[in-house]
Design a binder for this molecule. Structure first.
Ligand code: ZN
Length: 87
């Protein structure tokens, strides 16, 4: 049931959320309903999206530590930004 679809965007740190499973790097358990999952979506260029929405309750979240996640993921970010200077 989409009960939180109209709720204000919740600002969360991805690092503080519980992962959906041990082998899931990005999927998190929803902080609002404890039952749903935040999947993390990608932008057209493959970069991880800052905004996410719970698949169960519809709660919208914004990851305040999205930059760290994007570095971890490494997609859609140029190498200089990641501090990689090795050729
Ligand atoms: Zn939820």
């Amino acid at each position: 049931m989409i009960i939180n679809a109209d709720a204000p965007v919740k600002e969360v740190r991805h690092a503080d959320l519980q992962r959906e499973s041990d082998n899931s790097l990005f999927k998190s358990k929803c902080p609002a309903c404890k039952d749903g999952v935040l999947l993390i979506y990608r932008e057209d260029n493959g970069r991880l999206r800052e905004f996410d929405r719970c698949i169960a309750c519809g709660q919208a979240v914004r990851y305040t530590d999205i930059d760290d996640l994007r570095k971890l993921d490494g997609v859609g970010i140029d190498n200089e930004e990641m501090g990689e200077t090795n050729e």
